[in-house]
Design a protein around this ligand. Structure first.
Ligand code: FEO
Ligand code: CA
Ligand code: CA
Ligand code: CA
Length: 681
């Protein structure tokens, strides 16, 4: 039954209070079910998860740190059906791990030679899962352990490169001497969904996994050192989790060795004998066909290499080019967009060969980086070889001269520097309003060392101290959400207008200069991250889609666990100009002019959900009928120990408590409305 009746354009639930309970809290009249959790088996014959650190074979289990997710409908015959709300595939990213809970008593030799079996677990807990879900009687949901669609993509899954950087000298390794293939995907954060039915998964904080020897700079060109420095892989980096230290039982197994970038001077200078260029294989947007597990993930190099948070597409408008909006999540990084060379054709929406449609739209086009101007306009600056100037010297790194388009794409941050793009307060998810095409971007937070009191600009305008928490948090500790409207509503436009839709803040903070959006106890939040507009409904469905906002916070967590809010935003320009007085440490002040949207109201912004202890809320979608909401609950209890877990969720959900040693698990919360209606309305 997928009949949808006309819905009012208003948020129809009672706001959830901030809290620190170890459960997912939802409004009265809603129910929480638990979907697939860390370690749940997704293949026939795989044992149930013991959750005591003894489990293996994570390549056939749900990975850890579930992040972005998306529903891909199936009909009763098992074919793709974009309108199906009772059977479908959920594609979910697995960004990282809570290493301590994956082994019986935490990791063995965390700073030394890691055991191969432990490293395999940790590696296989990363990547992507594709899992079938079905709705049973009485709105009960379950995943299907033995579905033939179920799939894990891990950092060991063979992948291919396409687009302008495929085959580049930058991508050559001992594994792929021609630079066209690689192994797997890593630190998959947010996502994208294409109009042809595929999924985009984004490689975010991959840089931290790589080791690089203390004397490695001496064996590299100045260009290579600049590239590595700009992407945060310093000489002497140890590499998270020590995977490169594993001595595998099979000496020919290079799947651990590749995490050590140190140049082997006995090997060819072109990198084909070692893994000096392995880091260039990560930092891409990767396309996956959820409906065909035989197709290798395809890394789309035209979309550039960075700390890719997400990759959300513009509206598909027949005859108009497609845009993909791309946040690079690190402090002071940029917002990018990719524009396809070809215009969208509706005939491609249901094509059988989906990955070939991806080739058509995502391999040829122009990557741009955003510059936000003080007057509320902005420019998209093209990252095209020949028009990008040299990147000036920074610190010990000399002037960087680009060599070709592959160089520009693989080192997009250097190209953004050269073009004078606007440094942002950590660009996270992008979302596109399906009604008017406006683009929203979460800027989760920034600190005083990266952006001091005199380092603000109109698009990143606040600098203050959030007095909550144990330490001073000067900078923009609560984050904001900026939005932009393309000139002529054309995704390919090179200009836009913008304003700041919402400022995160505690409702107790200064309404003139900090709590600028007028947040109240029912909707105050900090550090926005996940962002998604509800699926547009058919003609008799949603009038005005809901914007879901998810938090990944460290500044307000002394007051409340992370949360998800529902919003009904207006449009760019519905507020006006504003001058803020900022305050730095020591009491110094400075003013900053900016553009702000209309204040939030009880009717346009409400807290819908609060998560369990030490979680991040990330990942959201609904069934196409809007009646079932899927929400990712990431790393509950992330600061606990195997002996004393700090959360017991999801075991704690049913009773509000669980045994004191039950380990927490990242999992999908499935939320339905008791009256059967559309969630949030
Ligand atoms: Fe993985 Fe930027 O959050
Ligand atoms: Ca995120
Ligand atoms: Ca985040
Ligand atoms: Ca997290």
């Amino acid at each position: 039954d997928t009949t949808v009746t006309i819905q009012p354009a208003a948020l129809g639930f009672t706001a959830v209070a901030k809290n620190k309970l170890d459960v997912v809290t939802v409004p009265a009249g809603y129910k929480v079910q638990i979907g697939a959790r860390l370690g749940d088996p997704i293949a026939t014959g795989v044992a149930a998860f013991a959750n005591d650190g003894t489990d293996g074979n994570y390549a056939q289990r749900i990975g850890d740190h579930g992040d972005a997710l998306y529903w891909y409908g199936l009909n009763t015959a098992g074919g793709r059906d974009d309108n199906s709300s009772f059977r479908g595939l959920i594609v979910q990213n697995h960004e990282n791990i809570n290493q301590q809970y994956l082994h019986p008593a935490g990791p063995t030799a965390p700073g030394g030679i890691r055991p191969e079996a432990e490293a395999i677990k940790e590696i296989e807990c990363h990547g992507v899962s594709v899992v079938e879900y079905v709705e049973g009687a009485n709105r009960s949901w379950s995943y299907v352990q033995n579905s033939s669609f179920n799939r894990r993509v891990t950092p060991n899954t063979p992948a291919t490169f396409s687009g302008p950087a495929a085959g580049s000298a930058l991508l050559k390794t001992a594994y792929s001497t021609n630079g066209t293939a690689g192994r797997g995907t890593l630190n998959n954060c947010a996502n994208g969904h294409t109009g042809w039915g595929t999924n985009l998964t984004c490689e975010e904080n991959w840089a931290g996994y790589f080791k690089r020897g203390a004397g490695d700079n001496a064996n590299r060109t100045a260009r290579e050192v600049t590239q590595l420095n700009r992407y945060g892989i310093s000489q002497g980096a140890a590499g998270s989790y020590g995977w490169a230290t594993v001595v595998p039982a099979d000496p020919a197994n290079t799947s651990f060795r590749r995490f050590d970038l140190t140049v082997d001077t006995t090997k060819p200078a072109d990198g084909t004998g070692d893994y000096r260029y392995e880091a260039n294989q990560f930092g891409w947007v990767v396309e996956i066909d959820p409906y065909d597990r035989t197709i290798a993930p395809r890394k789309r190099t035209a979309l550039g290499r960075m700390g890719h948070e997400g990759a959300w597409l513009s509206k598909t408008i027949a005859g108009k080019k497609l845009a993909v909006y791309l946040g690079d999540d690190a402090r002071g990084e940029y917002l990018y967009k990719f524009v396809s060379n070809v215009a969208w054709s509706d005939a491609d929406a249901q094509a059988a060969n989906r990955i070939a449609i991806g080739d058509k739209y995502l391999d040829a086009g122009t990557l741009y980086v955003a510059k936000f101007n003080a007057d509320g306009t902005g420019n998209w600056l093209p990252l095209v070889f020949g028009s990008v100037p040299d990147r000036p010297a920074v610190g010990a790194d000399p002037v960087y001269v680009f060599q070709d388009q592959a160089d520009i794409l693989a080192n997009a941050r250097l190209a953004g520097d050269a073009l004078g793009a606007t440094k942002m307060d950590r660009p996270e998810w992008t979302a596109v309003n399906p009604v008017n095409g406006e683009v929203y971007l979460t800027l989760t937070n920034n600190n005083a060392s990266v952006r001091p009191l005199n380092g603000t600009d109109a698009a990143n305008p606040r600098h203050y101290n959030d007095p909550k928490g144990a330490t001073n948090q000067f900078g923009n500790p609560n984050g904001h959400i900026i939005r932009l409207r393309e000139t002529g509503d054309d995704p390919a436009a090179t200009g836009f207008t913008w304003d700041i839709y919402l400022f995160g803040a505690g409702s107790d903070l200064d309404p003139a200069n900090i709590n600028i959006s007028g947040l109240t106890a029912d909707n105050d939040f900090s550090s926005p991250d996940g962002l998604w507009f509800g699926r547009p409904q058919n003609a008799s469905g949603l009038v005005k889609p809901v914007l879901w906002i998810q938090t990944d916070d460290g500044a307000y967590t002394d007051v409340t666990n992370c949360m998800m809010l529902a919003a009904m935003p207006g449009t760019v320009g519905d507020g006006g100009a504003r001058t803020i007085t900022n305050t730095g440490s020591g009491g110094a002040t400075a003013t900053q002019a900016t553009r702000v949207g209309a204040p939030a109201t009880a009717a346009t912004l409400k807290r819908f959900l609060v998560g369990p202890v030490e979680c991040e809320i990330t990942g959201v979608d609904t069934t196409p009928d809007g009646r079932t909401l899927f929400v990712g609950i990431q790393h509950p209890g992330e600061n606990g120990t195997p002996a004393a877990p700090s959360s017991h969720w999801p075991a704690s959900q049913a009773s509000g408590s669980a045994g004191a040693t039950v380990r927490p698990r990242s999992a999908i919360a499935i939320i339905t409305k008791n009256d059967g209606g559309v969630v949030a309305l």
